[in-house]
Design a protein around this ligand. Structure first.
Ligand code: C5P
Length: 288
């Protein structure tokens, strides 16, 4: 039997780092939501105790290093499942882009196998398991809009944000989250105001939200890849209301209220930037 699960990309609305922890991770406060750019994960149950994974993208490993493989492995281990699975991933989300593609694929495997194998595990338990695979996997298990704390695994769900459209622009570089966090110096960073972001979402105030979006990792990524800053400036000039880098980058997100404006900014960025997308912000979990 084959089963399909949607794996939406995530965008960051706010990313703050509160401190470095003894386990090497950083304590964060992140507000994230989902967009309608998605990978599609096909799951085929196997009688044999084996996990096979393949993705139609040369930058994604087709072996145990794939987060989707790790998800299936962790689920089988924890719940003593002897069936196997073949995972086929149609990649539409750019890789190493700060859009959570690999984490979302892993989360889709957890949700999908939960249904395919009739396990009936609550989402909160799947999210806990997801934390052992990667810091962004718990958020992706919910696939909604949320405040993530701790190293990213403590999830507080929020209503969808007051944004309809976003432009995603990714320069032709892949960024390692580990490298960016390792280069972050905690002195002299300008923290985004997470409370104001949360209030803007609660009150559904688009302009207020756009005024407060921010990501402390931007200075690190732009110092390594100045192109990210240039794309930000272009987006602001083109009229995007809220502009920030997503996750550890390099994708830049521009928030706009109307589709025609999003398309105009998209057309202005094509040719300047390797991959550009116009997406709808979804931000609630029934998209998964
Ligand atoms: O959890 P994940 O494997 O996705 O994290 C990749 C790397 O990013 C970690 O090894 C760590 O160096 C860094 N990281 C961090 N603090 C976080 C999340 C990730 O320092 N909250």
């Amino acid at each position: 039997m084959m089963f399909f699960e949607n794996a939406p990309a995530k965008i960051t609305l706010s990313l703050d780092v509160l401190g470095k922890r003894e386990d090497g991770y950083h304590d964060v406060e992140m507000v994230m939501t989902t967009v309608d750019l998605s990978d599609r994960v096909a799951l085929t149950s196997l009688e044999v105790d084996h996990i096979a994974v393949s993705a139609d993208n040369q930058y994604v490993p087709n072996d145990e290093r794939n987060l989707a493989f790790k998800a299936a492995h962790a689920l089988k281990n924890k719940y003593h499942i002897t069936q196997g699975v073949r995972i086929d991933i149609e990649k539409n989300i750019p890789v190493s882009a700060g859009l959570g593609g690999g984490s979302s694929d892993a989360a889709a495997v957890l949700r999908g196998l939960n249904k395919l194998w009739g396990l009936d595990i609550p989402l909160s338990e799947l999210a806990d398991l997801g934390a052992s695979i990667g810091s962004d996997v718990p958020f992706c298990v919910y696939g909604s809009t949320a405040l993530a704390k701790g190293r990213g695994e403590i999830i507080q769900e929020l209503p969808p944000p007051p944004i309809t459209w976003a432009i995603l622009a990714k320069p032709n570089i892949g960024v390692s989250t580990r490298v960016i966090f390792n280069r972050l110096t905690l002195e002299n960073i300008t923290h985004p105001n997470t409370t104001k972001i949360l209030n803007a979402i609660k009150k559904q105030e688009f302009n207020e939200l756009c005024n407060h979006v921010g990501n402390v990792l931007e200075t690190v990524t732009t110092s390594l890849y100045p192109n990210v800053q240039r794309i930000k400036e272009k987006m602001i000039l083109a009229g995007a209301k809220g502009v920030l880098m997503s996750g550890s980058g390099p994708t830049v997100v521009g928030l706009v209220e109307h589709q025609h404006k999003a398309v105009r900014i998209y057309n202005g960025l094509r040719g300047f930037c390797d991959e550009v997308y116009v997406v709808r912000v979804i931000g609630h979990s029934n998209t998964c």
